[in-house]
Write a protein that binds this ligand. Structure first.
Ligand code: SF4
Length: 456
């Protein structure tokens, strides 16, 4: 979500006449797009800003802007702690950034603009896409849930859905530009439609976007087990472009902890969804998010999470140590788990899941897939390149492929070996795509994610 917001910021600045420069180059404007979901990300901002204090002294015309969730959360604190910051803009104020930069320059005064809520989904903001063949498309912003550990609803507001027509129009335009893979984004994609009273809207959207001629791969993130309905499984199974990957946040394998987290599903419901998904889509791979060390978590709760991972056979789990966020109910709960215990459980879960991931990946050795090439990582010899990409179920694969394979191509591969976090394969046939053609045409200008801007 944040990376896509960065694309929107980049698009707006380019529209305002700026151009990206490489890291390490002299920039006129530096924008931080921040995250506040964990304390660690929070601390990083002030460290990064303090590094720029000297630069600002030697180059007074340099402008520094801070946006995203930290800006929404800390507002005036940012200017107090780093008075040389020129612009602070909230999560709902991305569209105002160029004007705020200009105003800060003309008035020689810091500008802070934080809107509390969105009236409409900001569909019309331009985006600078960092990939020529893969794109994110937002379908909603905000969240109506109240998970007790989560700061997102405070900072992103209530859910605002984008109209289906706008989502489909953006997807169609992207495919016309050469995009072959689209990921639909929302905090809780299954709730899509709550704004316009259609409980089945997400499944309809999958079918409609999935039918766009020229689109090869459709993905989405993240669903919420509470709102997950069987029509989504049916839409996934019946739409060939929807890829067989389900990223479904679990958070804990203990029903007691799920209740304290205010996650309104229990493990039997969660496992039931996985079972129905696997039945309808036999090659589906399931990944998840898990928080370790939520307040009052006991060894028995932790063991329940380990056991659930074994039962669920996740391909991968993104595991996080619980991080206290201000003004969330969990931050005030008694029995916060000591840091050393959290760390120990985190390591244990990580190792446990690594063994499961390795087993899942080893079962794929000898199987054939199609990888969408994302990057070239080297040459094997004069006839073969080393490439990386994602197969249908989203697993990362490193493979050798004939020299005519390029980023943006689909390549048929066979898996030779497995590691916990990736597969190793050999490519054979290249299936050229429009994404590959566009990548080649733009290759010279698309390298790296631009973060710094020069006015021109
Ligand atoms: S569903 Fe829960 S964890 Fe996800 S954004 Fe909403 S409140 Fe946060």
């Amino acid at each position: 979500m944040n990376a896509h917001d960065s694309e929107r910021i980049a698009g707006l600045l380019e529209d305002a006449g700026m151009k990206p420069v490489q890291i390490g180059t002299d920039a006129d404007v530096i924008v931080f797009n921040t995250c506040a979901v964990r304390e660690n990300a929070d601390n990083k901002l002030y460290g990064n800003l303090s590094h720029l204090a000297n630069l600002k002294e030697t180059k007074p015309n340099l402008q520094i802007a801070v946006g995203g969730c930290m800006a929404q959360k800390d507002r005036d604190t940012i200017i107090k702690r780093a008075p040389y910051v020129d612009v602070v803009f909230g999560t709902h104020n991305v569209g105002s950034l160029p004007i705020l930069l200009e105003r800060a320059r003309v008035e020689s005064q810091a500008q802070v603009e934080i809107k509390e809520a969105l009236e409409h989904f900001p569909s019309t903001l331009p985006s600078k896409r960092f990939s020529a063949f893969s794109a994110w498309v937002s379908i909603s912003v905000g969240c109506n849930n109240t998970c007790t550990f989560c700061i997102v609803p405070q900072l992103r507001g209530l859910e605002k859905d984008r109209s289906m027509a706008d989502v489909v129009a953006e997807a169609r335009a992207l495919v016309e530009q050469g995009v072959i893979e689209i990921t639909l984004l929302g905090q809780n994609v299954n709730a899509y439609g709550v704004d316009f009273g259609d409980r089945l809207a997400f499944a309809k959207l999958l079918r409609e976007v999935g039918a766009i001629d020229g689109l090869e791969r459709l993905r989405f993130m993240s669903p919420h087990p509470r709102d997950f309905t069987d029509d989504v499984i049916a839409a996934m199974a019946e739409t060939p472009t929807v890829m067989p990957h389900l990223h479904m946040p679990l958070q804990s394998g203990s029903n007691r902890i799920l209740q304290l987290m205010r996650r309104s599903y229990r493990t039997d419901r969660y496992l039931g969804i996985l079972e129905r998904a696997r039945k309808a889509i036999p090659n589906v791979q399931i990944t998840t998010d898990i928080i370790v060390g939520f307040p009052s978590e006991t060894e028995a709760d932790h063991k329940a999470t380990l056991d659930l991972c074994t039962e669920a056979q996740f391909t991968a789990a993104y595991t996080f140590q619980y991080s206290k966020r201000p003004n969330t109910p969990a931050a005030e709960m008694p029995d916060q788990v000591p840091a050393d215990v959290v760390k120990h459980r985190y390591t244990e879960l990580h190792e446990h899941q690594n063994a499961i991931s390795l087993g899942v990946n080893q079962r794929s050795v000898g199987n054939s897939y199609v990888a969408l090439v994302s990057e070239q990582i080297g040459e094997r010899d004069s006839n073969f390149k080393r490439l990386s990409g994602r197969i249908e179920d989203s697993r990362l694969v490193h493979f050798a492929a004939p020299n005519n394979a390029r980023p943006g191509d689909l390549v048929k591969i066979t898996i030779d070996a497995a590691e916990p976090h990736y597969l190793i394969g050999t490519g054979s046939e290249v299936i050229p795509t429009r994404g590959g053609d566009v990548f080649n045409a733009k290759a010279s200008t698309m390298l790296g994610i631009p973060k710094l801007f020069n006015k021109n």
